[in-house]
Design a protein around this ligand. Structure first.
Ligand SMILES: NC(=O)c1ccc[n+]([C@@H]2O[C@H](COP(=O)([O-])OP(=O)(O)OC[C@H]3O[C@@H](n4cnc5c(N)ncnc54)[C@H](O)[C@@H]3O)[C@@H](O)[C@H]2O)c1
Length: 306
């Protein structure tokens, strides 16, 4: 089966591409490398299209050339501080780009499944675990752009009857992270030899899910038959505070780490919790996450030696 992955040279793509390749899919990637890295993915140049999803003509040409059975749409900009500073660019890529990809997909007669990477940022602030039925109310332009993407996907499914899966990713961690989120920021400071590190808000908790576990969930979701339009959370179902993340680094390094709050990094508006209810994903696919925070961080630290 041919699978076209937009944004496949990015952080999550770098875990999804090798897994799907190993499972026998013929992989094609469309990525303008604005955040991704060609070296993250081992596919021939004939299967790599360095184009922008905002270019409707190119996107349509590529889809018609590849004629995939599966499209996984990961391309987006998603670093929330960047999106907040560049709202028009965020809307342009995440909404117009998604419209272009969906429009091109409508021309592909053999397309069996469309997969859209949405986000936990579609949910409002709340304390407990959120299930897919929870009300949606994004707090920022990024969440708003992805929620619009979800609506566009539903419209696409209504018009084409092609199985369409919306997957709300929670906080990814693992190798090849392209944006300076919490875990790579802590990792960078520690790798630089610091043992007193500067961070922003310390209390917020997040549901960190390893990209290898995300890739296996994506693979299982792609294999579900006759889904129609369906929405799934993808998280680990456990949340960790910033302090708990640093403690996991302490355990793996076997060294004490001191945290200093850097006022310049403190976000004024910050969710205290973001936790996935992943019962639906587990029940429908049998997926189970294998990578805890300690294993994932140990794996990162082991790579420092190479
Ligand atoms: N990383 C997370 O924690 C997280 C959480 C929720 C949702 N997501 C979603 O998952 C998807 C993948 O995220 P990621 O963490 O791998 O991010 P990433 O930035 O590493 O990957 C996105 C890829 O899309 C490419 N891209 C960006 N704009 C493009 C454009 N205009 N045309 C073509 N390619 C373009 C980038 O070069 C990059 O390779 C995104 O849709 C993101 O919104 C990620």
């Amino acid at each position: 089966m041919k699978a076209l992955i937009t944004g496949g040279a990015g952080f999550i793509g770098s875990a999804v591409v090798p897994l799907l390749k190993k499972e026998g899919y013929e992989i094609f990637v469309l990525d303008n490398l604005s955040f991704g890295n060609r070296e993250f993915i081992d596919i021939p140049d004939s299967h790599f299209f360095p184009e922008d999803i905002r270019n409707a003509v190119k996107v349509s040409e590529i889809l018609n050339k590849v004629h995939p059975e599966i499209v996984v749409h990961l391309a987006a900009i998603h670093f929330i501080p960047y999106c907040n500073k560049h709202p028009f660019e965020a809307a342009d890529i995440n909404i117009r780009g998604t419209i272009n990809v969906l429009n091109a997909c409508k021309q592909i007669s053999r397309l069996k499944k469309f997969f859209f990477a949405s986000t936990a940022a579609v949910y409002p602030i709340c304390d407990g675990a959120v299930s897919e039925n929870h009300e949606v109310m994004p707090l920022d332009i990024y969440g708003l752009s992805k929620l619009t993407g979800e609506h566009l996907c539903k419209k696409f499914w209504l018009e084409t009857d092609i199985d369409t899966i919306v997957c709300r990713f929670f906080n990814a961690f693992g190798p090849n992270e392209t944006n300076q989120h919490l875990i790579p920021e802590v990792e960078k400071q520690l790798h630089d030899g610091l043992r007193t590190i500067k961070l922003g808000n310390l209390t917020p908790k997040r549901d960190f899910i390893h990209t290898y576990d995300m890739a296996s969930a994506v693979s299982k979701l792609l294999r579900l038959g006759d889904t129609g339009y369906d929405v799934f959370n993808l998280g680990r179902g456990i949340e960790y505070s910033v302090v708990e993340v640093v403690e996991a680094f302490e355990r793996q390094l076997g060294e004490k780490i001191k945290i200093e709050v850097d006022p310049a990094r403190v976000r004024k508006v910050e969710r205290q919790h973001l936790l996935a209810d992943v019962h639906k994903l587990k029940n429908k696919t049998g997926w189970e996450p294998l990578w805890g925070i300690d294993e994932g961080i140990r794996n990162m630290i082991q790579c420092w030696n190479y």
